[in-house]
Design a protein around this ligand. Structure first.
Ligand code: MN
Length: 132
């Protein structure tokens, strides 16, 4: 059976490479992109099991990208997890309103990260919608 493929959009090279390595070592397939435009182009022909979305990106930010992903019928059902340094209440509401299904705080916890991804994959709502 093919392992779940995680799509990752993160403009910071060090963060992206770290997450890519951790996912790879944990046995996941990874499709990593430094920009939302490249990620959206890849989604034209591919459907990942989960999308990890940086919010602070040059050009369209992760919230705008998530809105587009959720508006496309082919990708509307793919869970999107925001990866963001903001974890304040208002930011969480903005992330939820954009259609994200969950979020991870930066910096990521290197030890916990693979298990967190596994948890998101096994929980369709990724926790955010039922967390209030
Ligand atoms: Mn960023």
């Amino acid at each position: 059976m093919k392992p779940p493929t995680i799509m990752l959009v993160e403009d910071n090279d060090a963060n992206r490479e770290l997450m890519e390595d951790l996912l790879d070592v944990a046995g996941f397939g990874v499709a990593a992109f430094p920009s939302g435009e490249e990620g959206l182009a890849w989604l034209e022909g591919n459907t990942p099991s989960l999308i990890l979305m940086d919010i602070n990106l040059p050009g369209r930010d992760g919230l705008a990208l998530t809105r587009e992903i959720k508006a496309r019928p082919e990708t509307a059902g793919v869970p999107v997890v925001a990866v963001t340094a903001y974890a304040m209440k208002g930011d969480r509401d903005r992330i939820l309103a954009a259609g994200c299904d969950g979020y991870l705080s930066k910096p990521i916890d290197v030890q916990q990260f693979p298990a967190q991804i596994g948890h998101f994959l096994s929980n369709a709502d990724c926790g955010l919608r039922n967390a209030e």
